[in-house]
Design a protein around this ligand. Sequence first.
Ligand SMILES: Cc1ncc(COP(=O)(O)O)c(C=O)c1O
Length: 396
Amino acid sequence: MNDSSCRRLLSTPNRWLYILHLYLDNLVYVVQHNVMTQMPEKTEIEMQLLRCPKINEEKFLYYTQKSQKAQTYSNFGPCEALLKSRLANLLGVEVSCTTLGSSATSLLQIACELCCGDSESRSADITGYFPNFSFFSTFSVAHLSRAKIKWYDLTLGTYMPAVADLPHNPKFIYLTVPFGSERILEYFQFAKSTDSYVIIDAAACLPTIIHKKIKLTQIPKNVIIVFSLHATKLINSGEGGLMVFGQEIPQHAQNLTNFGLNHQRIQFWPRAYNAKMSEFNAAAGLTSLDDSKSNISKILSAKKKAEQIGLSYGIKFFTDVASPTLTLHVLAENASLIMKETQTKFPLRQWWGLNKQEPEKFPVSQKLYDSLLGVPFDWECVDDYFPTLCEYLSQK
Ligand SMILES: Cc1ncc(COP(=O)(O)O)c(C=O)c1O
């Protein structure tokens, strides 16, 4: 748009049109450059860092009509209730032991709050143990939790806490399951060995668990598990999360997503948020769940293909090569350096971060950070770019 047409638009009622034009221009830029493609500035081959399966519009409309009929768009409406009961059913748990929320991060925050106890009875000396290498939200959750934070190093191979770093029974221990691993039952085993509450951040694991038909019926009484329904997950609601909790966990997680209101609408738990799931997100989640089988089979066959190509170049993969996740990791020698050198060729990511204080105390975390490299997994065009990517990585 040139200067004179700008002036014409701004001097008439059309200025709203101009503002809308700027807004849309900006939105298109953001979508193209940051959100959808997550591409570095210049790449030589067309590919996406990850590709979210499409949300079927007809099905989405079908579900949103339920909300339309009820004229309810938030506050635990029909789609939210249906999504919760379908997920509980698939996981083999009671609906009353589950809560949906606006994101995994908000539910993880709420999980810490549940473990710490309400403000009246809360001791000033509550300790929470957190992993030193984890997804970025772990560090925000830890710092907002108001617990005394103790960091622990991980154990190579299992990703469990290094036992030496857990000298006492703290109020809670926060575990993060790496990149959609199916090993959730091992985390249950760990939880049974401690008197502390255990929060399991299994953000990327829901599709794997559903695909493998793993049931959470035996969830230990001291455990809270949180899954993400973010668009980077194969089963997703755009933004959203699911919490499943054991019998000993205070049962008011859902109230904490709704300003801490109790059933009489009295604000009984003031340390609470608005972290409810909207009907639109729930409708998208139901649609995504309907399509999950066919998407899982597409993702898994593309991963198999990627693995075969990679192996022929001597590339070693992390276990997510066999999981229905939208991300893919290779084992590298120095992930940060490869990232730096490769930005203009391929979109790479280190999906997890480190707590950077006292790095000498956390050698395994550092090693894992350096050895896991998120590579583009564009499952619609593996044949087009994966051989070139693997050839490049094999020379690093
Ligand atoms: C391990 C882990 N925890 C937490 C999150 C945050 O999930 P959300 O975006 O739903 O808050 C993610 C997101 O990818 C994750 O991978």
